[in-house]
Every structure is written in C-alpha cells, then in structure tokens.
Design a binder for this molecule. Structure first.
Ligand code: PMP
Length: 352
C-alpha cells in the first residue's frame, strides 16, 4: 500500500503505523455557502478533493483544524475523549480567522458519523488510536484579501501507533529566544494553520541542533515560558506545579485542562501563572526543579529531560522521566480507554 493511500483493510492488521501517514476509507464533509450557511454533513469515500487554484486558502491561509483521538479499550468499545470540548474550540478557532463557526453539534455529528463508518479501523493495540482530524478552509476561488464567501469542512481519520513505542521516554526541547510564533493580539489561542507555518523554521533549527521540539517564549522579552510546539508546559517546582496561563499566545489545551483537574483532585497545589526562564533556572540551581513535562493529544504526557538554552542544556532529573508525569500518563490513558473512573464525563462510547 502506498504510504499515504487509504485502504479497505483495517489498519489493525498492519504494523508499524507511525503517525499521520495512513488514512481510512471515508471522510465527512460539509460545505458553506453565503446564502445557506453550513450544509448537511455527508460521508464520502476518502480521496483527493477538487480545489480551484485560486481557492483563497492557498493564498491567504484561512484554515483551522482540530486533533483528537478515538480509543479502543480492552473491552473492545470505542471512546472519544472530550469531543464536545474539541467542537467548541474548533468554533472559536473559526471565529479567530473569520470562518463562519461550525455549530459544535454538527462537528460532533460529523466526527461520530465518519468514525462509526470506519470503526473497523480503530486499532486494537493497547497504545494505538484513531487520530481524528477535522479541518475547515476557504474554498472560494477569489484573489483578494478578505474573508472568503465559501468554505469546506472535512473530517479525515488516521490510525496511529503507540506514541511511546520504545517506552515512556523524555524529550529534549530547545527554548526559543529569538523567533516568535504568536504575539499578544494575534492568533496564538486558535488552531489555525498560520501558527504552525510560523513555527516551522525554529522547529527545524531545533532538530538540527539535536532537540525534539521548541519551547516558545513571549514575543516581547523572550523571558516568559509559553508552550511547546504542540504541547502545553507543566513545571513541578518544589511542592507545586506551575503552568503558563492559556490565552492569547497559548492554546487552551484539552489535555492541559484534564491534567489540571487530575492534579487538583490529587491535592497537588497548581498555579496557572506566568513562569519565567529565570525562575526555572534558579529552581534548578537550588535543587527544587522536580519535573518538567508537556501535555497534548498526540503524546498525552511527554516528560522533558533537557531544556536547550543559549549557554547549554539545563538537564532535568538527569534526563529521566519523573514519577508525576508517569502517573498522570497512566491515569489519563486509563480514563481514555474506559479502564479508570471518569466522574467528569470526559469520555463517550461510540455504539457500533
Ligand atoms: N499547544 C499547541 C500549539 C498545540 O498544537 C496543541 C495540540 N493540539 C496543544 C498545545 C495541546 O492541546 P491538546 O491537549 O488539546 O491536544
């Protein structure tokens, strides 16, 4: 099978899946026209889509997306994690770039519909999942800088393998103190393509220097820690856990919100507040920097073993994963797969 082709054989039969290279047999689609608004959701065969070369998205980048997963538990049932929250964030992202917001109920209907159609592709491996990628873009053929009049909304599905195929391992992240991804008043709180385009050069540079991802700092002073490429940041300092506030320049991660709830439930003191690089350095010097980890849909929890600074690496816990990151990882994965209690109603079963 071609690496990027779709297939009628359930992906569960194949290994290794990796991330985002294989797609299932169907997609969901709805189109928006000015008079009618968003039209009905259709489930169609997966395949290339027709796009006019003048389609506004190709020129001015009006495009937003979401990323969530459907998990198959040991009980064989398929569950979504916080689907309604993803639907709400999608509508907010649409508004940030003048795309007519999709009703969250329609988002949920489209995701449920296409996953139900391709339910055989939800992998059974304990740590694999079906990655769900809803996205919307300006499809109108018009070369002019203004919000487009026509849009398309699609949902595609990609079975993905275990993120930690080689064990729960720490990543090395480079603290970026020159390039800017998001600035106050900009698009940082939205999942819009522009933010990811703005991140690529610094991410490539970090890779060349031997790091896995970038940790963004504030646009004005490059002093305050914001978020990692596709993860929110948590730092365990002494007896509390600190995370930078979600807002204009930091995405309100759904894993972040879940981790905050789990930490509070455990009685851990948590602070959502500005956190400077100096504070982390000083804590490392005093021996009170206990753990650093990232949170996001792809990896759930990602321990950080080193922060790359201009004058060398600040090594965290001798480059080893910490116990809090591991406990949170296990707890969240168990909730996502229906193997731990979910008093918050985060998961919902998709009846087959
Ligand atoms: N920040 C950015 C920039 C991201 O792309 C993501 C991934 N969606 C996150 C944080 C984590 O968000 P979530 O926990 O909702 O996946």
């Amino acid at each position: 099978m071609a690496a990027n082709a779709s297939s009628s054989t359930p992906q569960t039969a194949r290994a290794p899946l990796g991330f985002g290279r294989v797609f299932t047999d169907h997609l969901a689609r709805a189109d928006h026209e000015p008079e009618r608004g968003w039209g009905p959701v259709r489930i169609e065969p997966y395949g290339p889509i027709a796009l006019d070369p003048a389609a506004s998205v190709l020129h001015y980048g009006q495009s937003v997306f979401e990323g969530l997963k459907a998990y198959r538990g040991r009980d064989g049932r398929v569950r979504f994690f916080r689907l309604a929250d993803h639907a709400r964030r999608f509508a907010a992202s649409c508004e940030a770039v003048c795309i007519p917001p999709l009703d969250p109920a329609v988002f949920v209907e489209a995701v449920r519909g296409v996953v139900h159609r391709d339910i055989a592709h939800v992998p059974t491996d304990p740590e694999s999942a079906l990655y769900v990628r809803p996205f919307a873009f300006a499809s109108e053929a018009f070369l002019g800088v203004r919000p487009a009049h026509e849009y398309a909304f699609l949902v595609i599905l990609s079975p993905v393998g275990a993120y930690y195929a080689k064990g729960f391992g720490p990543v090395r992240i480079r603290v970026e103190q020159q390039a800017v991804r998001a600035a106050p008043g900009g698009l940082g709180s939205a999942k819009t393509a522009a933010n990811y385009a703005a991140s690529l050069r610094a991410a490539q540079r970090a890779k060349e220097l031997g790091y896995d991802q970038v940790l963004w700092t504030d646009a004005r002073e490059h002093r305050w820690l914001e978020e990692v490429g596709t993860m929110n940041l948590f730092v365990h300092l002494d007896d509390k856990v600190v995370t930078p506030p979600a807002g204009e320049t930091v995405l309100a991660g759904i894993t972040r919100a879940s981790v905050l709830t789990l930490l509070r439930e455990r009685g851990v003191e948590v602070e959502e507040r500005a956190l400077s690089l100096d504070e982390v350095r000083e804590a490392a010097g005093r021996g009170t920097l206990r753990e650093v980890f990232g949170t996001g849909t792809a990896a759930v929890i990602s321990p950080v073993g080193a922060l790359g600074l201009e004058d060398g690496d600040l090594v965290v816990r001798d480059g080893q994963a910490g116990p809090l990151a591991l406990e949170l990882y296990r707890h969240l994965c168990a909730i996502q797969r229906g193997e731990a209690e979910d008093p918050w109603g985060w998961t919902e079963v998709l009846e087959s």
